[in-house]
Design a protein around this ligand. Sequence first.
Ligand code: ADP
Length: 447
Amino acid sequence: MNRWTVNSVVILGLVSIFSILLVQFVWMRSTVEMQAKNIAIQEKEDSLNLREFSQQAHSALREVLEQISTNHPDHTDLYGAIKQIKSNHFTVDFSDELQPFYLETLLKKELYHQNIHQDFVYGIYDCFTDSIVLGNLIKFTKDSLYADTKHGLPGLTPESLNLTKDGHYFTVYFPNVKPKTIEAAPFVSPWVYLVIIILFVIVFFAFSLGIIIRQKRLSEVKTDFINNMTHELKTPISTISLSSEMLMRINLNEENQDKIRKYASIIFKENKRLENQVERVLNVAKLDKDKVILDKELFNVHELLAEVKENFEFNQTDIGGIIELHCDAEHFEIQADPVHFTNVIYNLLDNAIKYCDGKANIQILTKNDKSGLVLEVADNGIGIKKENLKMIFDKFYRVPTGNVHDVKGFGLGLYYVKLIIEAHHGKIEVKSTPGKGTTFMLTLPLS
Ligand code: ADP
């Protein structure tokens, strides 16, 4: 997948997500507005209905009160006797003789007249003790209008019962009329859903994008590796092919013996080189974090560095590279696998030479800190850009150089270094300034 395809996928994805979200947003807004309108209408209707109900109930109770207040020919006395506690609950103060059955009949009649076709509960209370004396639930049914019920509160209302003692009041309660309350219903705004959807879509999109980018990087790394491999293997193969062709053409006589030996030795050397290359790649490529087996022993790091310096100077005699050791560590013995650890140092040194435009100037420093032994390898090479720095330890990763293969490698050196250092319970860090140089810092626990 090339950069253009990835960019198109990202742009198309973003456009479609934003379109969906826009549609969602518009749709959600109109739903919310409609919902708010409906609620307002409903509330208005409810309050009108309740107001009407309250007026009807008042009228009915007033009629009842007037008819049972035989001792009050002047009904202005009864002003304020009816009180509405809630929209469905009324009390009527009353200080006269009271015949409960008569009250019940009147309530049924007057409520019905006032078009209140609802079940109701009435209760007669003693003013002094504030306790219920008698009560009943009256069911409204279509055919019987109000039927006597056996489910009345304290019991049936006997016709003969007469409450002669004054000091009573009665209440009427309509259980099916819901009082108006500001309901804290579990109403979840649709915006919450929209936010959840947006978050979900964003997370999903970011996740998919992450996968696409990772796949793209993997495919780039794979292509680079194949290009490198082809380039690295092609040279010895063509040399071998050329030399064997010469061998075939040459006359097998005494005069040509030197030439024959020369071509045969070229074939042998190039074959060896090929073998080494393949071996190296295969060995490191199949190395896995869990498969590193170390043969640890007490290892003197300063001794190794002195040896490394000697080798380097020998190889760089003609080229003029410089290496300087600053062995400041007082404790320089670690538990390490000598073969792997030596390979690590040579890998870092090889890179310092490979990725340097002119004469290499390598500074190696050791010191002790609280974590153990710190070993720094600093060079004056081409450096590594910040965006590539975090990937240099990945398997097969090489800093892209276009299709130029002037520096040989398979992107396995630093992968191996990190693997080995971590297997020694150490850590590796890198600092680099493009054009100035790179410093690798190894920290290893002391033995
Ligand atoms: P390679 O076989 O390509 O050298 P490595 O794993 O050793 O593989 O290194 C990975 C990449 O890191 C290299 O391709 C190179 O671009 C970069 N690199 C490693 N060491 C250095 C260094 N000392 N200076 C600059 N770049 C480096």
